[in-house]
Ligand binder design. Structure first.
Ligand code: XMP
Length: 511
């Protein structure tokens, strides 16, 4: 029996991934596909329903993304959201008009057909999120209006017989208070999905798949200590034990004690853990280099060199495991609304390495699912809930030349910063936070003596996508404790600055 699946057809909307995640929260597997997908692919019996996403276009634009009317002949339940609603209305003979002003933000929707299967368990008026300029002024023949808002006479409509549903609003967005219930009604009620997609079953299936694919052969994994590669290590080790070789390059630019912590976690797993202690090599290569891009390049190249030297000793590995996750694949152009992010991971692969095959067990998972799998596999909280950490490590958190002394200062300051945010109970609210070292030295006074020491920079940001970010307002008393502790406990620091800049114009990291 094939896994039930909901296919999210991407028409360029910014919430395409979010829709798929919301469906998965109903324990139903879901995938984002481009609107150019062949209808044959949708015909498969595992596809229990189809969702059309929103998108920035108008259906009357010649170049706007469309899909063949034939899709309705598949007789699968369809839910159109925003542009998706307009498109299905247009294809089925309704009419879309352009309004003079856009409707954007939260609004109250009034359900006028309470017996609608989409609105079961939803209140008669509920807050939803709207974001549109065009609206549907005439719904297709045979359809019934099911809700409206003050500014939009066609909030939602449906043809129960044909199982086609449409909402002008976005049920997937958090501001749509009962939106998750509506999606659940569609996925479980209307499409009849069983709701049996669970991380536990995912793990069992993957273990079987990895064993079959690698068939007793050895597998190599570059372990960075980040969530994704750590979860791959735990999962692949469950499947093939000592046939897994994990290479961990310690470049000396990790957070305080991190190298040892990673080693201690993975030495408890059934796998071969190989730690390459290359701190001295990295420091010698970085000596006298201050230009950020040059530093990044040196760190990246040295990393590959060390990784390659280690893996040469492991030439019997026929497979390479990687921590690719679903958003990485969507961002690399799987969907049409792809934002191509330059992935500057130092964990890239040396060009001259070749493998018989790739093992990418997390390729279909979202980050929160990866964390859940990690928890179920027994990885500790500090790895599973780890915030993002740049590949070049503290190298991009130290302005100017990187020296062991500066690394020690940043590590100690960062350790205090993390401890105090945790103590204040706000660490889980902040997307990313760290201490960095400005290259500035300034005059201070300690006891009766003049000091001329470094200034530490504190950074804490709130963000969903890391493309834009807002500074997180750390309470004043927490900041005071952090600053007092850093200047008292970290030798070489006499000043602490709080970076309160958004991205843009700043970036999250300092370099
Ligand atoms: P910026 O500084 O560009 O950072 O605003 C955005 C996010 O990306 C992370 N980052 C990196 N991650 N390799 C990585 O794997 C890198 O070279 C790198 N540089 C920045 C950064 O920590 C933030 O989360």
């Amino acid at each position: 029996m094939k896994q039930d699946k909901i296919v999210v057809v991407d028409f360029g909307g910014q919430y395409n991934q979010l829709i798929a995640r919301r469906v998965r929260q109903c324990h139903v597997y879901s995938e984002v596909v481009p609107y150019t997908i062949s209808l044959d692919a949708l015909r498969d019996e595992s596809v229990k329903g189809i969702i059309f996403t929103g998108g920035p276009n108008s259906v009357y634009d010649e170049k706007s993304p469309k899909i063949s009317k034939e899709i309705f002949n598949l007789h699968k339940p369809i839910l159109g959201i925003c542009y998706g609603a307009q498109l299905l209305s247009y294809l089925l003979g309704g009419h879309v008009s352009s309004a003079t002003i856009s409707e954007y933000g939260k609004t109250e929707v009034k359900v006028i057909r309470p017996e609608s299967k989409l609105f079961q368990g939803v209140s008669s008026t509920t807050e939803v999120f709207m974001s549109h300029t065009d609206y549907i002024d005439t719904i297709p023949e045979g359809f019934t209006l099911t809700s409206l808002t003050e500014n939009c006479p066609t909030g939602s409509f449906e043809c129960e017989e044909r199982k086609i549903y449409a909402t002008q609003f976005h049920p997937e967005v958090m501001h749509s208070v009962q939106g998750q219930k509506m999606l659940e009604n569609f996925v479980l009620g209307i499409c009849g999905c069983k709701g049996d997609w669970k991380c536990e079953t995912f793990i069992e299936d993957q273990i079987k798949e990895i064993r079959e694919k690698t068939n007793g052969k050895k597998v190599l994994l570059g372990l960075s200590g980040g969530v994704d590669s750590a979860v791959v290590a735990a999962l692949v080790s469950k499947a093939i034990g000592k046939n897994l070789y994990c290479v961990f390059v310690d470049h000396g630019l990790m957070r305080k004690n991190e190298g040892d912590e990673v080693e201690s976690v993975f030495s408890k797993f059934d796998l071969n853990f190989i730690r390459a202690n290359a701190q001295d090599l990295f420091f010698s290569r970085l000596q006298g280099v201050a230009e950020p891009e040059q530093k990044r390049k040196i760190i990246g190249a040295t990393f590959l060199e060390v990784f390659e030297a280690e893996t040469k000793k492991l030439s019997e590995c026929e497979f390479l495991a990687q921590g690719t996750i679903y958003p990485d694949r969507i961002e690399s152009g799987l969907g049409i609304s792809a934002k191509i992010k330059s992935h500057h991971n130092v964990g890239g692969l040396p060009k001259n390495m070749s493998f018989k095959g790739l093992v990418e067990p997390l390729r279909d998972l979202f980050k929160d699912e990866v964390r859940e799998v990690g928890r179920l596999l027994g990885l500790p909280d500090f790895i599973v809930n780890r915030q993002p950490f740049p590949g070049p490590g503290l190298g991009v958190r130290i302005i100017g030349e990187v020296t062991p002394e500066k690394v020690r200062i940043v590590q100690d300051a960062d350790y205090i910063f993390r401890q105090e945010l945790h103590r204040a109970g706000i660490d889980h609210e902040i997307s990313q936070y760290f201490a960095a070292l400005s290259n500035m030295r300034s005059v201070g006074v300690m006891g009766d003596f003049r000091t001329y020491d470094y200034a530490v920079v504190l950074r804490a940001v709130q963000t969903d996508d890391f493309m834009t970010a807002k500074p997180y307002p750390i309470p004043y008393d927490v900041l005071t404790t952090i600053v007092d502790r850093i200047v008292n406990e970290v030798k070489g620091v006499n000043r602490v600055l709080y970076d309160f800049t958004s991205k843009p114009p700043a970036t999250i990291e300092l370099e």
